[in-house]
Design a protein around this ligand. Structure first.
Ligand SMILES: Cc1cc2nc3c(=O)[nH]c(=O)nc-3n(C[C@H](O)[C@H](O)[C@H](O)COP(=O)(O)OP(=O)(O)OC[C@H]3O[C@@H](n4cnc5c(N)ncnc54)[C@H](O)[C@@H]3O)c2cc1C
Length: 476
């Protein structure tokens, strides 16, 4: 693409997170002809945010999370500026201003600023100067993770505020790594109440209890009390939880301040159309957690990567449009396997359910007119690939098939995973694409399978190098 007077188009990407990295990879793969500059405020190269809890848990080193090294950018002629917060976007002059006053001109701008943690309304959480109380930690960035890791050795107890996907990851990591006494406070009636039914929430509660973690549901943290070096978290149901650390995992909201100040249309997120373009300015795009498409903001890697890939393809000349992302969420936390397709709590339909709390398992399919319209799986993701395939395709199933999906016949041959079945939900990679690769390293590099939550690593390992050989599946 070219800029004014035939010069190379100057594309500036604000934010250097998971969506921005996927975008740049797509631009490189598609042979984008413009000049690309990526501006990220974090001091480190882009990393896999999903795996922050693995760093907290001690199973991954922080530098193992790097998505692309600075050398990779240099080799592909991309300018990467880390530690460069963008303070303002000037659409009239076509430039952005960095925190040090530098102006970076653009012909086209992509906002990939992600989300910022929501601060729950707890009195005493924020000090007079606007900073968080020193015992209180957010958990969104590598810096947050480092701060928490520094505080952990001196702590015995932790309170995690928020019993959603992130809260579960953090609670597990803190009890496994540091043996802390962890208490989780969740305002909803059960854990993960937005994503899974109550019975599945009970299974998760049981898994946490096995690690010594207590869970308070239907309770909100309302006040932080000071008890000498420790603090107390008061719940609206009465108790005060004495603790050394408080971790906020009560969700995030799209980071929209730059876009709003630049006069771009912002509702909950930065509004974009089916071409991921702002209706206010055709030179500006938004992708990932900060974007709002057809009234929906997301907050998971699969839609962020889908948008990034699509925008990259468009900027490389493909005639593609975004029709919205399907809702597929997969939680990454050791021994806490959760996958959610659509909205299994509210979606109307017949419910087919299998539960074994003793084994930490719960599975629900919501079926309407024979089609799986939503699903949640807790504790056993061995069938998630096939279920996702039926969900994506809208396959009409016979009356016994939904049950068979959840309770496979132990003596029947394992099902074959067709080439078009998706094995990596994060990067949207099919079994066929992985089979076409000669090695896992090639699959990682060319398809980006396994580089998100990593939950598909074992199935990908079993598929590589088997092109044309419709394998008896080790189903993901
Ligand atoms: C701890 C944790 C665990 C998660 N686990 C899962 C999971 O298991 N599964 C899943 O699907 N999703 C998970 N997510 C969500 C997932 O990480 C996000 O959906 C994904 O990172 C979105 O990518 P993004 O590029 O839009 O935002 P981000 O990856 O957040 O990147 C945005 C970047 O922009 C930078 N930025 C913001 N403003 C500016 C500015 N003005 N100037 C310069 N830079 C700026 C930010 O600092 C950040 O580096 C998790 C998130 C967290 C925090």
């Amino acid at each position: 693409m070219s800029g004014p007077a035939g010069a190379r188009e100057r594309l500036v990407v604000v934010g250097n997170g998971m969506a921005a990295t996927r975008l740049v990879e797509g631009l490189v793969a598609g042979g984008y002809a413009g000049e690309v500059t990526v501006l990220g405020d974090e001091p480190v190269p882009a990393y896999n945010r999903i795996l922050l809890s693995a760093v907290l848990e001690g199973t991954h080193a922080a530098d193992a999370l790097t998505l692309r090294s600075p050398q990779w950018y240099a080799e592909h002629g991309i300018t990467l500026r880390t530690g460069s917060r963008v303070l303002a976007v000037d659409r009239d002059h076509g430039d952005v201003m960095l925190v040090d006053g530098t102006l970076v001109p653009f012909d086209r701008l992509v906002l990939a600023t992600g989300a910022i943690p929501t601060l729950p309304p707890i009195r005493g959480l924020v000090r007079a100067d606007g900073s968080l109380h020193p015992r209180v930690h957010a958990f969104r960035s590598l810096a947050d993770c480092d701060g928490l890791l520094e505080a952990v050795p001196a702590a015995r107890r932790a309170v995690v505020v928020g019993g959603g996907l992130l809260g579960l990851q953090v609670a597990r990591a803190l009890s496994v790594r540091a043996g802390l006494d962890v208490e989780v406070v969740e305002g909803g009636e059960h854990l993960l109440h937005r994503q899974v039914p109550a019975a599945a929430g009970a299974v998760l509660r049981r898994s946490l209890a096995a690690l010594g973690t207590s869970v308070y549901t239907g309770a909100r943290a309302v006040r932080l009390h000071h008890h000498g070096p420790a603090v107390g978290v008061r719940l609206d149901t009465g108790p005060v939880l004495d603790t050394d650390l408080v971790v906020l995992t009560a969700g995030g909201r799209p980071s929209t301040a730059l876009a709003r100040a630049a006069g771009l249309e912002v509702r909950r997120g930065v509004v974009v159309d089916d071409l991921l373009t702002s209706p206010t300015d055709p030179r500006v795009h938004a992708i990932g957690d900060c974007a709002e498409h057809r009234g929906v903001t997301t907050g998971f890697v699969p839609p962020a990567w889908e948008q990034a890939q699509l925008l990259a393809a468009r900027l490389c000349g493909a005639d593609v449009a975004h029709e919205g992302s399907r809702s597929v969420a997969r939680l990454r936390a050791t021994d806490l396997d959760v996958a959610v397709l659509g909205d299994p709590v509210h979606e109307p339909g017949e419910v087919v359910e299998v539960a074994n709390p003793l084994a930490g398992r719960h599975a629900r399919l919501v079926v309407r007119d024979g089609v799986v319209v939503a699903a949640s799986l807790v504790g056993d993701l061995s069938r998630v690939g096939l279920i996702t395939q039926h969900y994506d395709r809208g396959t009409v199933l016979g009356p016994t098939e939904p049950g068979d999906l959840l309770l496979p016949d132990p003596v029947a041959a394992p099902p074959v995973l067709p080439d078009d079945a998706e094995v990596c939900a994060c990067a949207g990679v099919t079994a066929g694409a992985v089979r076409a690769c000669a090695s896992l390293a090639e699959a990682r590099e060319t398809t980006r399978a396994t580089t998100g939550c990593g939950g598909c690593a074992s199935v990908c390992a079993s598929l590589v190098g088997r092109a044309g050989e419709r394998q008896r599946a080790v189903v993901p």
